[in-house]
Design a protein around this ligand. Structure first.
Ligand code: DWN
Ligand code: SAH
Length: 411
């Protein structure tokens, strides 16, 4: 979707890009050879709004280009994320679902049901909103009630008529994907009971800046939120940010707790984070210019290392064909000449090619049965889960290449 006016998606203030990543493909658009010719690209540029302080993409492809019947990310493939969502669900159940027999919860971006499964098992009336029909089907097959549409204010009104108001609404790694965010917040406001809560988590801007994890920036992530920006966005839409907690998931996230304006006491955490973000210089343009320089250095270091290993005739593969890796590979112009293939456990990605750079995607066995000399850890956010199971790779002399927080080799 081209944002021709270059106006902030939230407050309409004039914005200008501080960084351009060049032409980028659909981050999850894994493709076959016969699709190379018609591959879709968009101009990826980031901006920081000086008024509402929201970090955003200037342009984003149409939602249906990214979320459709062929979306290849299945949340339940990570066993650590399953545990994370059990804990998140327990938190909601204990604190915000008082009467289990008469409560109703809604999840935005419910994917394959990784979170709602915990509510279904407790016999709680629930509804998942999940526009990617193939992943939604996995949830429906588990008996999780799911609507395959894009959440916005109009859908909120439809849901209100059919199901009534919700005690709790929640979302993970999804709100930052939705361009018409004011409409989403207004929809949440309409759907919540007077004492209802909206809990959502997304990658946290302070962590991205700290780690130079610029791979969080890709077509789907139209926003990277901070406490300051969410506080402002909530206010514009009759909601209030009353609490927040850092999460270790997806490379460093934040859980935002919102409610109707004036309905809850504001936690000390909010004042603390607002102050911390000021101190980190996160509300100034200079911080983003510094980030741009840090990204350029990170890119150069990675390419230099891969070229050096190529000269030494080392075998290098990628581990985890993440959406994030699409940004690294395309921005750094890394193709099959530097990375032989990328190993990934998702059947829908295997035997296809990576978006833009067209590196082959192979199954897990291709890595396991013939260890390379080096593996670039693209799924760095799952490091613990991966390192626990890849002890043999290292025992056999294999080495990991990291690029977050800086380019390094382990062991
Ligand atoms: O925000 C988003 C998050 C929740 O998920 C979405 N926009 C899309 C997606 O982002 P991602 O693709 O960067 O997510 P992950 O969870 O970092 O992807 C991990 C990838 O690595 C998956 O394709 C599965 C694969 N994998 C693997 O091959 N072996 C993962 C693990 C843990 C493994 O052991
Ligand atoms: N919540 C899961 C899935 C995250 S992937 C997890 O944390 O693992 C992001 C999901 O958001 C995708 O499944 C995508 O289809 C969904 N999504 C994108 N736009 C949406 C919208 N407007 N409304 C609801 N879901 C949306």
């Amino acid at each position: 979707m081209t944002n021709n006016n270059k106006n902030c998606r939230i407050c309409n203030n004039n914005i200008k890009p501080f960084m351009s990543f060049g032409d980028m493909p659909i981050a999850n658009g894994f493709l076959k050879k016969n699709q190379f010719e018609n591959e879709y690209f968009f101009k990826m540029q980031t901006a920081f709004c000086n008024s509402c302080k929201t970090f955003q993409l200037i342009d984003q492809p149409e939602p249906t280009k990214m979320f459709n019947d062929n979306y290849p990310f299945f949340s339940s493939l990570s066993k650590y994320m399953k545990i994370h969502f059990e804990k998140f669900s327990e938190n909601i159940l204990e604190n915000y679902v008082k009467d289990k027999n008469n409560s109703f919860v809604i999840e935005i971006g419910s994917n394959d049901g990784i979170m709602l499964k915990n509510f279904k098992e407790n016999n709680i009336k629930h509804l998942g909103i999940e526009p990617s029909t193939n992943v939604a089907k996995v949830a429906k097959d588990k008996g999780i009630e799911t609507i395959s549409k894009f959440f916005d204010e109009n859908l909120a009104e439809e849901i209100l008529k059919k199901y009534g108001k919700a005690d709790a609404m929640f979302s993970a790694n999804c709100i930052c994907h939705i361009p018409n965010l004011n409409s989403v917040f207004r929809g949440v406001n309409k759907l919540l009971k007077d004492d209802g809560v909206f809990a959502y988590e997304d990658p946290y801007l302070a962590e991205m800046l700290k780690k130079t994890s610029y791979d969080q920036i890709y077509d789907e992530h139209v926003f990277i939120f901070s406490i300051t920006s969410v506080n402002n966005i909530a206010k514009l839409n009759g909601l209030e940010l009353f609490d927040a907690q850092k999460q270790i998931t997806h490379g460093g996230s934040m859980r935002y707790m919102l409610a109707k304006k004036g309905s809850r006491k504001i936690s000390e955490n909010i004042r603390h984070f607002l102050k911390e973000e000021e101190e980190l210089n996160m509300n100034t343009e200079e911080r983003y210019l510094l980030f741009k320089n840090q990204c350029e250095k990170s890119k150069k270091d990675l390419v230099d290392l891969l070229q050096k290993l190529k000269k030494q005739n080392k075998r290098v593969i990628g581990y985890g064909a993440t959406s994030k890796s699409t940004t690294i590979l395309n921005y750094s112009n890394i193709n099959e000449s530097l990375i032989e293939f990328i190993s990934d456990t998702t059947p829908l990605k295997q035997n296809k090619f990576s978006p833009g750079m067209h590196i082959p995607i192979k199954d897990y066995d291709s890595f396991k049965s013939n260890y390379p000399d080096y593996a670039v850890l693209f799924a760095w956010n799952h490091k613990k889960e991966i390192f626990d199971k890849e002890i043999d790779f290292v025992k056999n002399g294999g080495k990991w290449i990291h690029f977050i927080p800086e380019v390094s080799i382990e062991p």
